[in-house]
Design a protein around this ligand. Structure first.
Ligand code: EPU
Length: 432
């Protein structure tokens, strides 16, 4: 069993290089399935979700070559199967992108539902609505989603999403790229990784316009050809390091980012008394003065990201005054709060709202990560806390943060990895 042991209470100083965006990578890698030829993908983050995606593609017959630590070449010219393995696909929520990619190129897909997932609890109804509007038949049988077309090709259509969904927008976009005729997605999500996926597909020969606005127009093409593409930097990884220095104090240079993507996070940290200096592709983040309370409401982009909600809540635990955090994207994203309370935080959760009363300090404790961003929040709390914390279930954190231990150490954090007897718990796919 792997744990992180953190001796907290010291400010962070130094530079951190941000990796490629997880939520772009886990869509772009499945999208490579649609390409007839070799795609070279650069700035691929080294995280376990990416490893899983690549394994799934390999099982389907893709030829994958690691060029270096962050560059892969994927050749999906000779795909053998349109049925994914249950064992692999169920472990990652993003396996739903395999449906859009396989259905779009081959007119059929059989993809295992992610673990614990069903249409009621973790809905993908908007994805399914998109596929059926494009002419597919979709049924769930034997733990698999079966999607098929009558003549092997989808037909372009107008689709209005009932909820703003990142996954549905990207999945429908993939499916429509090779459909016959034109598709319009309305009420589309606008996250940076949606623009990134569209740019990737366009660089392989697709014709997508309007990604990043709420209306995306896609003109179907016959095939996608090989090419080269670099994934955007990870907005949430960058935000997590910004939150870490906000909690501990100190000064760090966050490198290899797109500052515009950070605006929603920067604005909130500035409100809390953090200084942020913007440069071309870096942000200098400094906190010397006491933290001030702030109210935070998560919203689809360009609002404050839900994937930063646990981390900002960890910081607000140390702010002067009472802050209100409202989670408006996911139900049940406060499971980490009990762990923060064990460190001395004062937080009351009522449905979608957390009332955070700032305390003078947190105290190190044994704590357990329950998902990716919850894990990141606990790391931040532990870095700021007095004394030693021992974080278990860190495999959740490693799903989405490349070399978090090495990067924090380079900033002066006292963090080490310990291996103890016992198995790592098998990951639940959760909402990541
Ligand atoms: N929803 C529906 N029907 C659908 C799809 C979504 O009702 O068909 C609802 C969801 O229940 C949720 C809301 O719409 O309440 C938004 O869900 P969305 O589809 O946007 O989320 P997702 O695509 O499944 C991605 C990220 C999440 C991130 C959300 C929101 C990936 C692999 N995951 O999930 O990332 O929280 O968008 O921005 O891209 C994470 O990285 O830690 C993570 C959880």
């Amino acid at each position: 069993m792997t744990k992180y042991v953190i001796q907290g209470g010291s400010p962070l100083f130094g530079e951190v290089n941000i990796s490629g965006a997880k939520n772009a990578a886990v869509a772009i890698i499945p999208a490579a399935l649609m390409v007839d030829g070799v795609c070279r993908i650069e700035n691929v983050p080294q995280i376990s979700d990416v490893t899983l995606c690549l394994k799934i593609l390999e099982q389907l017959g893709a030829n994958i070559r690691a060029v270096n630590r962050h560059t892969v070449e994927i050749d999906c010219t000779h795909i053998r199967s349109t049925r994914t393995s249950y064992e692999l696909a169920r472990k990652i929520r993003a396996s739903y992108y395999l449906i859009g990619a396989l259905l779009g190129r081959f007119g059929q897909a059989e993809v295992a539902m992610p673990g614990g997932c069903n249409f009621g609890v973790r809905p993908i109804d908007q994805h399914v609505k998109g596929f059926t509007t494009l002419g597919a038949k979709v049924v769930v049988e034997g733990g698999f989603i079966h999607a098929s077309t009558e003549n092997g090709r989808l037909k372009g259509a107008n689709i209005y999403l009932d909820v703003v969904s990142v996954g549905a927008t990207m999945n429908i976009m993939m499916a429509a790229v090779m459909a016959e005729g034109n598709t319009v997605i309305e009420n589309a999500a606008k996250e940076p990784h949606i623009v990134d996926l569209a740019n990737f597909l366009n660089s392989m020969g697709a014709n997508i316009r309007g990604a990043g606005t709420d209306t995306i127009k896609i003109q179907g093409v016959d095939r996608l050809r090989g090419g080269s593409y670099a994934i955007i930097p990870d907005q949430i990884e960058a935000g997590t390091y910004m939150a870490a220095v906000a909690a501990t104090g100190g000064q760090i240079l966050v490198k290899n980012i797109i500052p515009k993507h950070m605006d929603c996070i920067t604005a909130k940290l500035v409100e809390m008394g953090v200084e942020v200096e913007e440069h071309e592709d870096t942000l200098l983040v400094r906190r010397n003065a006491p933290l001030q309370k702030a109210n935070v409401k998560t919203l689809p982009y360009p609002g404050f990201p839900t994937d930063m909600q646990p981390q900002i809540t960890a910081v607000l635990c140390l702010a002067q005054g009472t802050s209100l955090v409202t989670e408006s994207v996911w139900n049940n994203r406060y499971r980490y709060v009990d762990e923060l309370k064990r460190m001395g935080a004062s937080i009351q959760v009522d449905d979608k709202t957390a009332v955070v009363e700032g305390v003078d300090h947190l105290t190190g404790a044994p704590i357990q990560a329950c998902d990716l961003r919850a894990g990141a929040a606990l790391v931040i709390a532990a870095l700021a806390a007095k004394g030693e914390s021992e974080i278990s279930c860190v495999q959740y954190i490693e799903r989405g943060y490349e070399d978090i231990v090495g990067k924090l150490r380079a900033l002066g954090a006292n963090i080490r990895v310990v291996e103890e007897p016992g198995e790592n718990e098998e990951l639940e796919a959760h909402i990541g």
